[in-house]
Design a protein around this ligand. Structure first.
Ligand code: PEP
Length: 257
């Protein structure tokens, strides 16, 4: 973390796990402990049908609401889809884009990620762009090449003045939902690599202002070590974001002056 230059952001990714009723109980459980944290931003990315509840429930605290997906068109005949304009109107501030589950199961590609990034930025929201390698790709020694490709594709044709509004999440696929966490060194190495790509494209000032999270089985026990790394500016948290005590502990680990 380097709070002098950029925000630390802890974002929960509830995935397809909470009804609005269950989600409300979860938010009420975390609010008293982390609703007013000072040194990091807290986001809950929730299923689309939970968004109105989440926005209402977090109105009086410093927790913001994110979506888990978006369509890149502004409006039109796209049955079942939701645009960035609609998310904004509903009170959403962040949108997860390119999560490996969407790349694997729903045909998300680097091209659609880039279109979604541009649509989300255009709407005035913050994209959380997920990039990461499979175990096979890591073992082949191509992690950095792959991350470079994913990041370059995501930022293609994004105006320089909008890059600072982007958040990146380094999420090694082999660590998501598996209980296997990247070591703090592995996490930092790739987060630093992402920052280097931004620096080459947009300069040092922009690169040091961009928040780069780590995600992949981050939990109450390993969060402090991961967040102590200079280029790890927060976490995207799946499983542990559903357990109030664990999520509170992760936020507290990030809430350091
Ligand atoms: C995720 O889905 O983004 C994630 C990091 O999940 P988990 O924390 O459960 O590994």
């Amino acid at each position: 973390m380097n709070r002098r230059y950029r925000k630390t952001i802890i974002a929960g990714n509830w995935k397809m796990n909470m009804t609005a009723t269950e989600g409300k109980a979860l938010i009420e459980a975390i609010k008293p402990s982390i609703g007013k944290v000072k040194w990091c931003d807290v986001v809950v990315c929730v299923p689309a049908v939970d968004i109105p509840m989440a926005v209402r429930s977090t109105k009086d605290v410093r927790i913001t609401v994110g979506a888990e997906n978006v369509h890149y068109e502004d409006h039109g005949a796209f049955t079942g889809e939701i645009s960035a304009r609609m998310l904004k109107d509903a009170g959403v501030k962040y949108v997860i884009i390119g999560h490996s589950e969407r790349r694997q199961y729903f045909g998300e590609t680097d091209t659609t990620v880039n279109k979604k990034v541009k649509a989300v930025l255009e709407a005035g929201l913050h994209p959380i762009v997920c990039v990461g390698e499979s175990l096979e790709q890591r073992e082949m020694g191509i992690t950095k090449d792959l991350i470079s490709m994913q990041v370059r594709a995501a930022i293609s044709e994004v105006p320089a003045d909008k890059i600072r509004r982007m958040v990146f999440a380094y999420e090694p696929i082999w660590a998501i939902g598996t209980g296997k966490t990247a070591t703090a060194e592995q996490a930092n190495e790739v987060c630093e690599h992402i920052r280097t790509i931004i620096r080459k494209e947009f300069g040092a000032r922009t690169a040091r202002a961009v928040t780069i999270q780590y995600g992949g089985s981050m939990n109450a026990k390993n969060a402090a070590e991961l967040l102590a790394q200079p280029d790890v500016d927060g976490g995207l948290i799946g499983g542990a974001s559903l357990k109030p005590d664990d999520f509170i502990a992760i936020v507290n680990a990030a809430n350091q002056e």
